[in-house]
Design a protein around this ligand. Structure first.
Ligand code: SAM
Length: 335
């Protein structure tokens, strides 16, 4: 799809852009890594300043259409890689001190509206949900995994309280033929009562997308590796869109940062030798003006941390904390 000929209703608008610019100050120059290039909404803004360099990453091959256009205009300032951000350490960063690493998680509005990707519960046809560089699709998950495995995926990745009954119905109904998107939506609707502000299928679709794209390990290893790559005083910025993502980001930042209210009985050195410093404990939300002009921004939360020390082996507790989620992601080994 040529992203330049999208109608405005399908265009992706960068979320919390003003806030990100004020945190990372690209006007002062430096090298920035945009881990979720998408439609280039952030990268284009960073590149408005001659002294900036941007290294951009996206797992979706379709992002390269816009990336190639940007490369023509900013040859010496911009490089782009089709990669998963969990592999950020495999990118050659020559003589650059990284001033900020930015994540805008999930998928773009353009991807949701692309019928080929099958991300939306309004999509017609086969289940898919692959953002790029995947090993299996939503069709494999729904039509091949056991009832128990589906239940765990819906429960942990979708926080869906009807996980058991929905997974049982899926397994009963897929006997005749593989289920497609509309059949999955019908099953969910047959279990859940109508009403409420969100669509009945939202949580189940979120769970499948997270599982298909391994979004938990992507985020966990993306954060760990970015923290290692950042220069001292560099900023790690993350925009998340649902509570599972935010829980991971919040824990990573808080558990590895200085405690301002630390007790006088704890040795000072123990507090100073932390990976991060946090300016804010609470996340930054979009204002009502942004939400009114860009509805998808309403669930966005921005958190950032400032790297203060080069530490090794800081990830052990973080990996342990989310080991159950990583274990569930590993159910994909059966596919
Ligand atoms: C919300 S969009 C980013 C939009 C972008 N900030 C903009 O303003 O145009 C998220 C992008 O991240 C990409 N993405 C998601 N998970 C990824 C991963 N693990 N590695 C690399 N890219 C990823 C998606 O393909 C999508 O293009």
């Amino acid at each position: 799809m040529n992203a330049t000929i999208l109608s405005n209703s399908e265009k992706h608008y960068p979320v919390l852009l003003k806030e990100i610019l004020s945190i990372i100050s690209p006007q002062n120059g430096g090298t920035f890594i945009d881990c979720t290039f998408g439609q280039g909404g952030y990268s284009k803004e960073f590149l408005k300043f001659n002294k900036t360099k941007v290294i951009a990453i996206d797992r979706d091959h379709e992002s390269s259409v816009i990336a190639n256009q940007i490369r023509q205009q900013h040859k010496d300032q911009f490089s782009f890689f089709i990669k998963k951000f969990s592999e950020i350490d495999k990118i050659k960063i020559e003589n650059s001190k990284i001033k900020a690493v930015i994540f805008d998680l999930g998928c773009s509005y353009t991807q949701i509206k692309d019928p080929k990707k099958g991300l939306s519960f309004e999509s017609k046809g086969a289940l898919d949900m692959r953002l790029g560089l995947n090993n299996f699709s939503a069709d494999d998950v729904i039509n091949k995994l056991s009832q128990k495995d589906l239940e765990l995926i819906f429960k942990y990745f979708g926080e869906e309280k009807d996980s058991k009954i929905i997974s049982k119905k899926i397994v009963n109904q897929r006997v005749k033929s593989n289920l497609n998107t509309q059949q999955l939506v019908s099953i969910i609707n047959s279990v859940k009562k109508k009403g409420g502000r969100t669509n009945n299928a939202t949580k189940i679709f979120q769970a499948i997308r997270i599982f298909v794209n391994k979004e938990i390990s992507e985020l966990i290893y993306g954060l760990i590796k970015s923290a290692k790559i950042l220069d001292i005083d560099g900023k790690l910025c993350v925009v998340s869109f649902h509570s599972l993502e935010d829980r991971i980001v919040k824990y990573f930042f808080k558990s590895l940062s200085e405690d301002k209210k630390i007790s006088r009985y704890i040795p000072e050195a123990q507090n100073q030798n932390k990976l991060f410093k946090l300016d804010l404990k609470k996340p930054i939300y979009p204002g009502s003006k942004e939400i009114n002009s860009n509805r998808p921004s309403r669930s966005a939360k921005l958190r950032y941390a400032i790297k203060k020390n080069n530490l090794v082996d800081f990830e052990r507790d973080f990996l342990k904390k989310f080991s159950k989620l990583l274990e569930i992601e590993n159910l994909s080994k059966k596919l």
